[in-house]
Design a protein around this ligand. Structure first.
Ligand code: PXL
Length: 268
């Protein structure tokens, strides 16, 4: 293998035709942060900032062979998953992760789009819990995803912490609970549960409607930071700062929840 100058990362996720979330958000984030992104597409969505109007999963064999193609030729420093949609896709990804012994697998358990459309079949939740989460390095649920995975109802910060403890019993060591959905708070606080202790990081809540793809962008930034060799806490803090900056820069695109500006540095 050549001695590459740039860390290579991989996202295994769905395509968002509006390019605010999914594979497109991941690739922009990877590039913006100085990593080389590769992509395995799981599903194609017909989507804009207003709604998801169609979803088409790809055949399992081409999902599998995309992964094989990347692994054959690139030295992956970290891998992220996004929209996996069906239990069968979750299962194929888990099988490949085990086969290739991925030890930096970041699982963003995507369930619902900012438009409210569903991005995961209910039957896939158990597949996540039984097969993918136990072998992941970190997971990055938002509050509704944390509630679904833990089976707990979440109202307070204490509920978030208890749910993290519950989910860690599946075997995952690092959990980042993204607090953006907790709209009652003036600050947006994300909580990292690492080696049995909690670490919180807050930034002022932005009153932006440009929040399409923020979850994907955060997880992709965290993945890039890990690939760049940053430790877990710094990867977490820097990922949150990146999303905050990207959200602050209003691109004013689309009539719904607009995309964030992944390349805000270019426009400052
Ligand atoms: O942000 C979650 C997400 C993930 N993947 C795809 C999406 C979305 C949200 O819209 O469209 C493909």
């Amino acid at each position: 293998m050549k001695n590459s100058k740039i860390p290579v990362v991989l996202t295994i996720a769905g395509s968002d035709s509006g390019a605010g979330a999914g594979i497109q958000a991941d690739l922009k984030t990877f590039s913006s942060l100085g990593t080389y992104g590769t992509t395995v597409i799981t599903v194609v969505t017909s989507q804009n900032t207003l709604k998801v109007s169609d979803v088409q999963p790809l055949e399992l064999s081409i999902i599998s062979s995309q992964i094989d193609s990347i692994v054959e030729d690139f030295d992956l420093k970290a891998i992220k998953t996004g929209m996996l949609f069906t239990p069968e896709i979750v299962s194929v990804v888990a099988k490949k992760a085990k086969e290739y012994k991925w030890n930096k697998l970041i699982v963003d358990p995507v369930m619902v789009a900012s438009s409210g459309d569903s991005l995961l079949k209910l039957e896939a939740i158990n597949e996540y819990k039984n097969n993918l989460i136990p072998i992941s390095f970190a997971i990055t649920p938002n509050i509704p995803e944390l509630a679904t995975l833990s089976g707990d109802s979440i109202i307070s910060k204490n509920d978030i912490k208890n749910a993290c403890v519950d989910i860690s019993k599946l075997g995952v060591k690092n959990i980042i609970a993204k607090g953006g959905h907790n709209k009652s708070e003036r600050e947006a606080t994300d909580i990292l549960f690492i080696n049995g202790t909690f670490f919180e990081y807050s930034l002022p809540r932005l009153k932006s409607s440009n929040n399409h793809g923020t979850g994907c962008t955060f997880a992709a930034a965290f993945t890039a930071n890990i690939a760049l060799g940053k430790d877990i806490k710094k990867s977490f803090v820097d990922a949150k700062e990146y999303v905050w900056q990207a959200m602050s820069n209003d691109l004013l695109l689309g009539n719904g929840n607009g995309p964030v500006d992944h390349f805000y540095q270019l426009r400052k």
